[in-house]
Write a protein that binds this ligand. Structure first.
Ligand code: MG
Length: 415
C-alpha cells in the first residue's frame, strides 16, 4: 500500500518565549507521522496560514515518499516563487517528509545522507558581556564544558538595546537600536585584544557583524581583526551588498562566513563558484528545508566551501536536529552554531537557569556532551512533539522591535 499524506497540521508554540512553528504530516499508515520546522518567528501567522490554507489541500492524498516531487510542486504551485514565508512553509513539510522517510527506513537521517563522516559535531556558542570581565567569564564557562568555538560580541550586535535615540541624533529621531559603526569597530578590536590576552589562542573565536557595517567599513574592520586569528567573520557584508565580497576577499585573509538571510540559490551560487566565502551558513527553513540544503552542501563541497548552518534560538528542535544530521554526513562541514538546547541538569541550568519547558514540548533532542553534539540515533530526525505540552505555551504577535536598527542620523540600517 503506498504511503499517502492524510493530513497536515501546524503547531505554534513558544516554550521559551520565542515563536516556534512545527508542521506535523500524518499518513495513511498507522502511527507513521513526521515533524518539520517552519519557524519564522516574526511572521509565524503568515506561514501558518500558507500551510493550512494552500499547501495542506495541495498535498493531501499524495505520495509521502516523493519528497523531490512534492518540494517542486509546493515551490511552483503559486506561480510566483520563493521568499521567506513560502520557503519556511515548504521547509516544515519537507523536513516532516524526510522524518517520515527515516522512520520508514528505521534509520536516523544521517544514514540516508550516506552515513557519518564524524562521530560528533563541533559547535560554537555565543558569548557576550557588559564588560570584558563578564565576556571572558562567559567564554570560560563554555571552555569548561569542552566547547571549542565561541562567538564573542560586545553586548548586542553592533549597538545597544532598543530605546530612545541618543542625544546626538537629529530632532524627532524615532526609537530604535542605535549603532555608531566606528565606535563599534574600535570597541570590538579592543575586545579581541583583551580576549586573546586573557584566554589565549587555543580557542577558536568567531565574530558576527550581523550586516551592521557599510562595505568599506567592513573591509577596514576585517583587516583590523586579522591579528586575532578568527575562525571566521560572520555576515560582514549585507545580503544586498553581496557584490562587495569580491573587494573584501581581495583585501583580507580573514575567513568569511555568509548567508543566514539567503533564501534562493542565486544568492549563493556565484559566491561559491568564485570562492568568495569560506563558509556558507544558511538557515535551513529559510531556504526551504533539508532538500535544498543538502543540494547546497554537496554543491559547496565541489568548491572547497564549508558549511556552518545557522543555529539560533528562533528555530525549533526539528531544525536543530536537521542541521546535525547533515553535519554528521557532510565532508565539507565546518562548525555548527548551537543556541543551547542541551538536556537539563547540565549546561542549561549551569548557563541559562531552568529551561525545562523546551524539553517537555520536544522530547528527544540531539545530545550535547563535552563540546560536541550527537544525533540521538532514533529513526528520522529523532525529535517528537508533545502537543498537550506545546499548547501550554502560546505564541505572541507583537511588533518586532530589535530589527528597527538605526544609524546616528536616525536612518534605518539593516539589522
Ligand atoms: Mg549571525
Amino acid at each position: 500500500m503506498p504511503t499517502l499524506i492524510s493530513d497536515i497540521k501546524v503547531i505554534a508554540t513558544a516554550p521559551e518565549g520565542i515563536n516556534l512553528l512545527v508542521v506535523k504530516v500524518e499518513t495513511n499508515q498507522p502511527g507513521l507521522v513526521g515533524y518539520g520546522c517552519a519557524t519564522f518567528a516574526y511572521r509565524h501567522l503568515a506561514v501558518k496560514c500558507l500551510i493550512e490554507e494552500y499547501l495542506r489541500p495541495l498535498l493531501i492524498g499524495r505520495d509521502a515518499e516523493a519528497i523531490e516531487e512534492l518540494w517542486q510542486l509546493m515551490h511552483q504551485n503559486a506561480y510566483w516563487r520563493n521568499g521567506p514565508i513560502e520557503n519556511n512553509a515548504i521547509s516544515g513539510i519537507d523536513m516532516a517528509l524526510w522524518d517520515i522517510k527515516g522512520r520508514m527506513a528505521g534509520m536516523p537521517l544521517y544514514q540516508l545522507f550516506g552515513g557519518k563522516c564524524r562521530e560528533g559535531v563541533p559547535i560554537y556558542r555565543h558569548a557576550d558581556g557588559r564588560d570584558i570581565g563578564e565576556l571572558c567569564a562567559n567564554i570560560q564557562k563554555y571552555l569548561d564544558l569542552g566547547i571549542t568555538h565561541v562567538r564573542c560580541q560586545n553586548g548586542g550586535y553592533g549597538g545597544g538595546g532598543f530605546g530612545d535615540a541618543p542625544a546626538r541624533t537629529p530632532e524627532r529621531a524615532p526609537k530604535g537600536v542605535y549603532l555608531d559603526p566606528h565606535k563599534y569597530m574600535r570597541d570590538t578590536v579592543k575586545m579581541f585584544e583583551e580576549v586573546r590576552r586573557r584566554i589565549g589562542f587555543e580557542v577558536e573565536l568567531v565574530h558576527d557583524v550581523h550586516e551592521r557595517l557599510k562595505p568599506v567599513d567592513a573591509i577596514r574592520f576585517a583587516r583590523q581583526l586579522e591579528p586575532f586569528e578568527l575562525f571566521f567573520l560572520e555576515d560582514a557584508i549585507a545580503l544586498e551588498d553581496g557584490d562587495w565580497l569580491r573587494q573584501l576577499r581581495d583585501k583580507t585573509t580573514i575567513p568569511l562566513a555568509q548567508g543566514e538571510l539567503f533564501n534562493h540559490p542565486f544568492e549563493w551560487r556565484t559566491l561559491i563558484t568564485e570562492r568568495l566565502i569560506d563558509f556558507v551558513r544558511v538557515h535551513l527553513s529559510q531556504v526551504g528545508g533539508i532538500t535544498p540544503a543538502r543540494k547546497l552542501q554537496i554543491f559547496a563541497e565541489q568548491f572547497g566551501v564549508r558549511t556552518a548552518w545557522h543555529g539560533p534560538g528562533d528555530m525549533s528542535p526539528m531544525a536543530h536536529a536537521a542541521n546535525i544530521h547533515i553535519d554528521l554526513a557532510a565532508r565539507n562541514f565546518g562548525v555548527q552554531e548551537w543556541s543551547g538546547i542541551e538536556p537539563p541538569n547540565f549546561v542549561i541550568q549551569a548557563l541559562n537557569g531552568p529551561r525545562g519547558a523546551l524539553l517537555d514540548v520536544f522530547p528527544g533532542l540531539p545530545e550535547f556532551r563535552q563540546g560536541h553534539v550527537y544525533a540521538n540515533d532514533r529513526p528520522g530526525l529523532g525529535v517528537e512533539l508533545d502537543e498537550r505540552e506545546a499548547a501550554k505555551y502560546p505564541c505572541s504577535s507583537g511588533v518586532t522591535t530589535w530589527t528597527q536598527t538605526r544609524l546616528m542620523d536616525g536612518s534605518l540600517q539593516t539589522p
